[in-house]
Design a protein around this ligand. Sequence first.
Ligand SMILES: C[S@@+](CC[C@H](N)C(=O)[O-])C[C@H]1O[C@@H](n2cnc3c(N)ncnc32)[C@H](O)[C@@H]1O
Length: 200
Amino acid sequence: MKAFTKKESESWRNYYEVTKSSPPRDTLVRAIKYLKKYNTTKNKLAYDIGSGAGYDACYIAKQKIKTIATDANPLLLDIYKEHKNKYPYLKFVHSRLEDFEFNKCHLINASFVLPFLSIRNLNKVMHRIENALVKNGIFSGQFFGVEDDWNHLSLVSNKKIDNYFKNFEIIYFDEFIGERKGASGIVKHAHIINFVVKKK
Ligand SMILES: C[S@@+](CC[C@H](N)C(=O)[O-])C[C@H]1O[C@@H](n2cnc3c(N)ncnc32)[C@H](O)[C@@H]1O
């Protein structure tokens, strides 16, 4: 699959700058809490997909969980070189999600990346995620629902989400519909589905 164009890569520069010191996403914090409560974090493998500047990935690595962050944006290579010195459990793989091959794993975190895939690729990636997770493996992240203003992205209905999650148990599900200012400062009518699910 083709690499990000320079323009596409650059369009994220400001977002990475603004978010690089953010706290971890609430859905990820919930996922880690759950892993710790019902499992240990020992000998676990986690992926942070569409990882951006890496605050979620670093948070997972801080728990001493082997963490692979992956993103298609080459701008991140330098950022992760710096993270690597601080977080020995963290590795970055530069790849498009559509081309990414997972190993068997215990956690996949997908914060605000799934809507950026075409529906066809989203279906494919969801299938790979389900196959990659071990039984009781955790998947956390967001979808954008059909009422979201950003209809150039892949918006999904609750029925479609139910179908994606038919082999998962819901641990946390929260639907937000309303005006929201994103990290880039843009206000939009947002429809966000936050989830943490466990593979059956
Ligand atoms: C909204 S940002 C989210 C970043 C981070 N997870 C967060 O929550 O701040 C979306 C990220 O997805 C990446 N991305 C978009 N399309 C992608 C694709 N097809 N494959 C891999 N990464 C992609 C972008 O480069 C960007 O870093």
